[in-house]
Design a protein around this ligand. Structure first.
Ligand code: IMP
Length: 195
């Protein structure tokens, strides 16, 4: 054994103050959502449109909870403004790779906070002439909602806290936490994550 290996190596878990949703709770809920979508979209070959990057882990687990035929598309958007505040002005960095005209679209989102990003995106997708659009989100944070969003399937409703893990980041870190947690204030330094 190499004596230079420290016995107390710090990990991303050390920065977590509180776990809001455990990995087991996520797995159970995602399985339920997948089964519900599978039943609701039986025989309809939906296209799941997800938004990079925060949604990818949810998307990956959700589609493996669905045994029916489906396809995927990915978009990437950036909202102008501070990193933890959504301005509602959205720039599309990566567009759909295939037309969605006449398709049944399921938008897969990690978290809906103000709703401004999704509000823009839903209008954008509507203009492309899909047969239907529904929204599935893992986390709903209704306290700061500014745009009314029809959420058809939701994993969990959470309080007004800035959360990380299971795809969600703070400054591109902590996406690989297997649960949804809140960071210790010390991680943010003097600045508040809520802007
Ligand atoms: P909205 O436009 O305010 O609904 O923000 C949507 C996007 O902001 C989400 O897709 C996330 O990328 C990000 N976001 C909002 N709240 C959180 C949070 O608590 N943790 C990490 N990212 C968040």
């Amino acid at each position: 054994m190499n004596s230079t290996h420290a016995t107390t190596r710090s990990t991303i878990h050390d920065d977590v103050e509180e776990i809001l949703v455990t990995g087991d709770q996520i797995a159970e809920r995602v399985a339920q959502l997948g089964a519900q979508l599978e039943a609701d979209y039986a025989g309809r070959d939906p296209v799941l449109v997800s938004v990079l990057k925060g949604s990818i882990i949810f998307l990956a687990d959700l589609i493996r909870a669905m045994q029916s035929t489906l396809s995927l598309d990915l978009m990437e958007v950036s909202s102008y403004g501070a990193s933890t505040e959504s301005s509602g002005q959205v720039r599309i960095l990566k567009d759909l790779s295939r037309p969605i005209e006449g398709r049944d679209v399921i938008v897969v989102e990690d978290i809906i906070d103000t709703g401004l990003t999704l509000n823009y995106l839903l209008k954008y997708l509507h203009d492309k002439g899909p047969a239907s659009i529904r929204v599935v989100c893992l986390l709903d944070k209704p306290a700061r909602r500014l745009a009314e969003i029809p959420i058809d399937y939701r994993g969990f409703t959470i309080p007004d806290r800035f959360v990380v893990g299971y795809g969600l980041d703070y400054d591109e870190r902590y996406r690989n936490l297997p649960y949804i947690g809140v960071l210790k204030p010390s991680v943010y330094g003097a600045a508040s994550p809520e802007g």
